[in-house]
Design a protein around this ligand. Structure first.
Ligand code: TYD
Length: 136
């Protein structure tokens, strides 16, 4: 949680339309191994509800808005994402939920690892056990 943060991206203003950019290790603190996006989410819906053992992510609301709730096992923090020129860095080992999606929102997620179902912690009580052990 301590390392989680909003990262503001560069903005290149142009009457033809603005442009923002993300470069690995420059704008975000990891190498990008994977990109995925979440779309066609019914308004008000929630997703996520898991942590990763190793994967780190950077989440941007390319369109619309949604909330990302981060939980380190001790405290929870909610970040509202609603602009395409900043995003949320989520370190490994943090429980994260995405909720309150606006209709037609588009979430871009850049990830530091390839997809690996074994990297997921999907059970909240397992997460708490791991988080508490890491605290020691
Ligand atoms: P999941 O991460 O479980 O989404 P959420 O936690 O928001 O419900 O992913 C949903 C499905 O998509 C799941 O069957 C796995 C698949 N998936 C991939 O195949 N590759 C990926 O990179 C991701 C993120 C998911």
């Amino acid at each position: 949680m301590d390392k989680s943060c909003i990262i503001e991206l560069s903005r290149h203003f142009d009457p033809r339309g603005n442009l923002s950019v993300i470069e690995e290790f420059k704008d975000i603190p990891f190498k990008i191994e994977r990109a995925y996006w979440i779309y066609d989410v019914p308004g008000g819906e929630a997703r996520g509800g898991h942590a990763y053992k190793e994967n780190e992510e950077f989440i941007v609301a390319l369109s619309g808005s949604f909330d990302v709730v981060l939980d380190n096992g001790i405290e929870k923090k909610t970040f509202q994402l609603n602009r395409s020129y900043y995003g949320l860095y989520v370190p490994k080992g943090i429980w994260r939920e995405m909720e309150n999606f606006s209709t037609n929102s588009l979430a871009l997620i850049l990830a530091s690892t390839k997809y690996d179902a074994n990297d997921y912690i999907r059970d909240y009580s397992d997460f708490l056990k791991i988080a508490q052990n890491e605290d020691k």
